[in-house]
Design a protein around this ligand. Structure first.
Ligand SMILES: Cc1ncc(COP(=O)(O)O)c(C=O)c1O
Length: 292
């Protein structure tokens, strides 16, 4: 099976040959930022938006971008070309680089950039047909704090422990609760609910990574004549919703049919969710030329 390719500071190597220093602060402290997106018909979708967000994340963490987004995009292209035929998961990482073993971030001056192209692994069709279950959890993540809010920082420990806890409850995704008990987002996704024809998603605030899939779905909804309201979503709103779904670059639009063991709506993926997933795929097809 193809393992994919990796570019480190612009040099493309086989995935299993790729190495970074143990003194890299990304490895030592999670002191890095990243983006994840995928190809359709070999073309990355919404790459410019992802690379812009990467630059914003780096600025938030005071990591100087080592190269321009355009250079990064051409390095991604070179990595994908080396990887060859197929659909690829693309991960772009910028770490603060290596330095002495001290917390002081100013001691590292040469950020490292890594591009990973790995075979994309998408959820099984059955999850889209039947929908998934979610659990609601309290968790404190570095990006909930004002200092790093809005940055896609690589330290995902709280998110992955939340997913583990959700899985132990029989759910496939964890929804994070904010300090006021409001729902923020999934561990690696954004949430939407549908009630009496109104589509609603939590408004941007600390603790929410404003997803690129979320933005594409809001635009697709507008094309369908559906307005999306950005506002507070509380657990009771989710339990009482007619439909709910999650969005992320890899999962696209994933129906949610139960939360904390309570059935949402009819307990099956709803018509608005399906329409918006189709609308999302139309946007992908338009942008990439893929027949999705
Ligand atoms: C915490 C978090 N929120 C939301 C998202 C969805 O973002 P996007 O739609 O840009 O993939 C992700 C994606 O990984 C995420 O990690």
């Amino acid at each position: 099976m193809a393992k994919g390719k990796v570019a480190i500071d612009g040099e493309v190597v086989d995935g299993d040959e790729a190495r970074v220093s143990v003194f890299d602060r990304g490895f030592l402290y999670g002191d890095s930022v990243f983006e994840v997106y995928r190809t359709y018909a070999g073309t990355p979708f919404a790459e410019a938006e992802h690379l812009e967000r990467l630059a914003r994340s780096a600025a938030r963490l005071m990591i100087p971008m080592p190269v321009s987004p355009e250079t990064l995009a051409s390095e991604v292209r070179a990595t994908l070309d080396a990887a060859g035929e197929g659909e690829w998961y693309v991960r772009v990482i910028v770490t603060r680089g290596t330095g002495p073993l001290t917390y002081d971030p100013t001691t590292a001056s040469a950020p490292l950039r890594v591009i990973i192209a790995a075979p994309v692994s998408v959820p099984p069709a059955e999850r889209y047909e039947r929908g998934i279950a979610v659990a609601l959890l309290e968790a404190s993540r570095p990006t909930d704090d004002v200092r790093a809010s809005g940055a896609k920082a690589s330290n995902y420990l709280a998110n992955l422990l939340a997913v583990h806890e959700a899985q132990q409850k029989g759910a496939q995704e964890a929804l994070m609760l904010g300090r006021n008990g409001q729902i923020l987002e999934g561990a690696s996704s954004n949430l939407f609910i549908v009630k009496d024809g109104e589509v609603r998603t939590p408004e941007p605030q600390p603790g929410i990574l404003v997803g690129i899939t979320r933005a594409t779905v809001i635009a697709a909804a507008a094309d369908e004549g559906l307005e999306v309201v950005e506002g507070e979503v509380r657990p009771g709103d989710l339990y009482g919703a007619d439909e709910a779904f999650l969005t992320s670059s890899i999962r696209e639009v994933m129906p949610v049919v139960s939360a904390e063991g309570r059935t949402i709506g009819a307990g099956v993926p709803g018509p608005v969710t399906k329409r918006l997933h189709e609308g999302y795929l139309r946007a992908v097809a338009l942008a990439t030329g893929a027949g999705v």
